[in-house]
Design a protein around this ligand. Structure first.
Ligand SMILES: [Ca+2]
Ligand SMILES: [Ca+2]
Ligand SMILES: [Ca+2]
Length: 209
């Protein structure tokens, strides 16, 4: 019978904790509502890298594995851009990996108030031809994305990020012994592609007597 002090203070602490949590929630909600997000004129669009799981949030994920999305936000109506990937040091010297010209990145006006999610493009390390490069054992391939805004010279967007090779099945958050850098990769033999050419020309001239 020598512990009445602690027993008395526990419900008080719980009550105080609840009040603090409620106050923090209210403050956060107020901040979110009060954030002014307009649609100023000019190149106010933004580009984000989104790795799995694809969430579409307006934040950048500089480490992705195998495949990833390039998400466009707040671009103007009917805006087009060139999407260009180059290999970045130390993985490579800046060679162009893939170019997607004149892609439609927004089919609606920039959101006047709300965040305006626009187009999303899916890419993968193998699509970029990164198999030709040696992945850093921990980081993967270093790649630079450049978005050239058509009709808006000098207003390009850049993102530099790391892509894990597609061979790794899942991103492991724990520290694992790095796999040996030299992986015996067999070159993909091109499958015998037989296009279904069913070209039946309807040039049948019914010869009537
Ligand atoms: Ca994500
Ligand atoms: Ca838009
Ligand atoms: Ca939109």
């Amino acid at each position: 019978m020598t512990y009445p002090r602690l027993r008395m203070s526990t419900p008080v602490r719980l009550a105080i904790g609840g009040v603090v949590c409620a106050a923090a929630l209210i403050a956060a909600a107020t901040l979110a509502e009060a954030a002014p997000a307009g649609d100023p004129p000019g190149a106010n669009g933004t580009v984000k890298i989104d790795g799995r799981a694809f969430d579409g949030d307006i934040d950048n994920e500089p480490h992705v594995t195998c495949d990833f999305q390039v998400n466009f936000f707040n671009f103007d109506d009917d805006e087009h851009a060139n999407i260009v990937f180059t290999v970045h040091p130390p993985t490579g010297p800046g060679t162009e990996l893939l170019r997607l010209d004149n892609a439609l990145v927004s089919d609606d006006p920039a959101g006047g108030g709300d965040p305006d999610p626009d187009e999303t493009f899916l890419f993968s390390a193998s699509q970029l031809g990164l198999d030709a490069y040696t992945a850093h054992p921990q980081q993967g391939f270093h790649v630079k994305l450049t978005v050239e805004r058509i009709g808006a010279p000098g207003a390009g967007k850049h993102k530099v990020f790391w892509i894990g090779p597609c061979a790794s099945p899942s991103p492991t958050p724990s520290r694992t012994p790095s796999s040996p850098p030299t992986s015996p990769s067999t070159p993909p033999s091109s499958p015998p592609s037989s296009p279904p050419s069913s070209s039946t020309s309807p040039s049948s001239s019914p010869s009537s007597p």
